[in-house]
Ligand binder design. Structure first.
Ligand SMILES: C[S@@+](CC[C@H](N)C(=O)[O-])C[C@H]1O[C@@H](n2cnc3c(N)ncnc32)[C@H](O)[C@@H]1O
Length: 224
C-alpha cells in the first residue's frame, strides 16, 4: 500500500467511525472518536510486508477470533474458500452465488505459511442463485466480500431478520443508490446501514485493495 493510500485509508476509516457512532453529517469532520475495540486488530509485525493478499484467510481469522461459530452465508462467495475455512472451524456455511465455481485446489495457511491441498472430498454448500432477502432467514451472519450489487440488499435483509453482516463494499454496481457528491461509496453504505438501525463498526484487514470492512454483529455472539 502506498503512503498516499494509507493516509487516505486512515482518514476514510475515521470518517466511517464517526458515521458508525451516529454522526450522520458526512463528509463533515466532527472531533475524533475512539475506535471500536474490535477495530483494533493490527497485523502481526512480521505480516506487515507479507500479507498483501489472502483476503479470505485474513477474514476467516478475524471472524473466528471475534465471533462464536454461527450460520454464515458468503454472498457472492465465488469459489467458496472463506465458507470452507469457516466450515473447518465449526461454522455452518453456504455460498450464495449464481455462478457455480469449485473450491480452489490449494490455498495458503497464513498461520504456518504452508500451501494446503484442498481434500478431494471437500465440499461447501452452494446456492447457485442470486441473493434475495428471504434467503437470510436461515443464517445468522451475511458476508459480502466485494459482493457488488448486493450491499444494500444484505443490509435490508439483515435488518428484517436480525442477522449480523460483514461487508467489504468495493464498487457501486447494480445498487439502489449512489453516494452523494463528496462522499465515498463506503461512507454511503455505512450511512445507509446506520439508517436501517444497525449497530456497525469499521475494521481493517491487511490485504491489498479495498480492505476496510463494515461489521454489524446483529444476533451473532461476539467472543468475550
Ligand atoms: C467481485 S466477485 C467477488 C467474489 C469473492 N467474494 C471475492 O472477494 O473474490 C463478485 C461475485 O458476486 C457474484 N454475484 C453477482 N451478482 C450476485 C447476486 N445478485 N447474488 C449473489 N452473488 C452475486 C458473482 O458471480 C461473483 O462471484
Amino acid at each position: 500500500m502506498s503512503k498516499h493510500d494509507q493516509e487516505y485509508g486512515q482518514e476514510l476509516f475515521e470518517r466511517l467511525q464517526r458515521i458508525a457512532e451516529g454522526n450522520l453529517q458526512y463528509p463533515a469532520t466532527p472531533p475524533a472518536i475512539d475506535p471500536h475495540p474490535l477495530a483494533l486488530y493490527p497485523p502481526a509485525p512480521r505480516e506487515l510486508r507479507k500479507m498483501k493478499k489472502f483476503r479470505f484467510q485474513l477474514l476467516h481469522r478475524w471472524l473466528t477470533d471475534h465471533f462464536e461459530p454461527c450460520r454464515a452465508a458468503d454472498i457472492g462467495g465465488g469459489k467458496g474458500l472463506l465458507a470452507y475455512l469457516l466450515q473447518e472451524s465449526g461454522w455452518e456455511t453456504a455460498v450464495i452465488d449464481p455462478a457455480p465455481q469449485s473450491l480452489p485446489d490449494k490455498f495458503k495457511d497464513i498461520s504456518t505459511g504452508q500451501r494446503i491441498r484442498t481434500p478431494n472430498n471437500a465440499r461447501v454448500r452452494h446456492i447457485n442463485r442470486e441473493f434475495d432477502e428471504a434467503m437470510a432467514q436461515e443464517f445468522d451472519l451475511l458476508i459480502g466480500m466485494h459482493a457488488h450489487g448486493c450491499n444494500a440488499q444484505i443490509i435490508d435483509a439483515a435488518a428484517k431478520f436480525g442477522c449480523g453482516f460483514i461487508l467489504f463494499p468495493c464498487c457501486v454496481i447494480d445498487e439502489p443508490f449512489y453516494p452523494p457528491i463528496g462522499a465515498t461509496w463506503l461512507e454511503s453504505v455505512a450511512d445507509y446501514a446506520v439508517r436501517q438501525g444497525h449497530d456497525i463498526f469499521p475494521f481493517r484487514l491487511n490485504f491489498k485493495g479495498q480492505n476496510i470492512g463494515l461489521a454489524a454483529p446483529g444476533r451473532c455472539q461476539l467472543k468475550s
